[in-house]
Write a protein that binds this ligand. Structure first.
Ligand code: ATP
Length: 247
């Protein structure tokens, strides 16, 4: 059986707004095992960002268990959380978050700059290999403005891979791309997943979710569906039956 990368049990996140308590996550439980490609989907206000922030160790739950790669994040201090973020998770954002005047290769090298055990030579070699994995080996000297949106997102994906994280966490990673480029990026995620990379992808777009192998649907802070996308047709049928409001 594959290793559990994410384990969440009865996870709650509450926010205080004046005299009111907002129950953003109402007692969620699920696991993600090594090699899975999971979409967390839901309409606006369903709890996706709250979930993502907790998964990425940017926020802590009010109660419940969250373990990543066997480490319980509860009670970890700031430095320990930062180490988990740097070493165990590769982040990908909607707006790529690349340094503007810096080449693709240097952008991909960034996560390794903080690792004193990696020599300059090894850093460049690993960054180049990551760029090759996303099909941009021939663009390593280009700055972001010399690349298309899809290519910029590929650089960001290479950057997320370079540290060999246990999981990639993508936040609306196709949100700035046209439909064709979005599908190309999702096909790239599928290729990476076939190489064994564990992916958790947050989106509000049902057609994007069909590229993953499993979909977890949130509504009002609860999981209302958690199913395997055995094929595109069954995924589409499942998604069509969901009570999702437009975003
Ligand atoms: N810092 C906060 N303070 C108070 N309430 C919050 C806070 N963050 C989120 N919430 C509330 O928690 C609920 C879930 O919000 P969340 O941002 O996680 O939803 P979402 O699915 O990511 O929505 P969107 O797709 O619009 O970003 C909402 O009711 C929201 O208003």
């Amino acid at each position: 059986m594959n290793k559990e990368i994410i384990k969440i049990k009865d996870l709650k996140r509450e926010f205080t707004m004046g005299n009111e308590i907002v129950h953003a996550l109402k007692g969620i439980s699920f696991s993600i095992t090594e090699g899975e490609f999971v979409t967390i989907m839901g309409s606006s206000g369903s709890g996706k960002s709250t979930m993502l922030n907790i998964l990425g160790c940017l926020d802590q739950p009010t109660s419940g268990l969250y373990e990543i790669d066997g480490v319980s994040v509860k009670d970890l201090n700031r430095n320990q959380l930062a180490t988990i973020r740097n070493e165990k998770i590769g982040f990908i954002f909607q707006s790529y978050n690349l340094l503007a005047r810096t080449s693709a290769l240097e952008n991909v090298e960034l996560p390794l700059l903080y690792n004193s055990k990696v020599s300059t030579e090894e850093r460049k070699e690993r960054a180049f290999k990551a760029l090759e994995m996303v099909g941009l080996g021939d663009r390593m000297g280009h700055t972001p403005s010399q690349l298309s949106g899809g290519q910029q997102q590929r650089v960001a994906i290479a950057r997320s891979l370079v540290n060999n994280p246990v999981m990639i966490l993508a936040d609306e990673a196709t949100g700035n791309l046209d439909t064709r480029t979005s599908y190309e990026i999702m096909s790239l995620f599928q290729e990476l997943n076939e190489k064994g990379i564990t992916i958790t992808f947050v989106t509000h777009e049902p057609d994007i979710a069909t590229f993953s192998s499993r979909t977890i649907v949130l509504k009002d802070g609860n999981i209302i569906k958690d199913y395997l996308n055995k094929d595109i047709q069954s995924a589409a049928t499942e998604l069509a039956s969901l009570p999702l409001e437009p975003h």
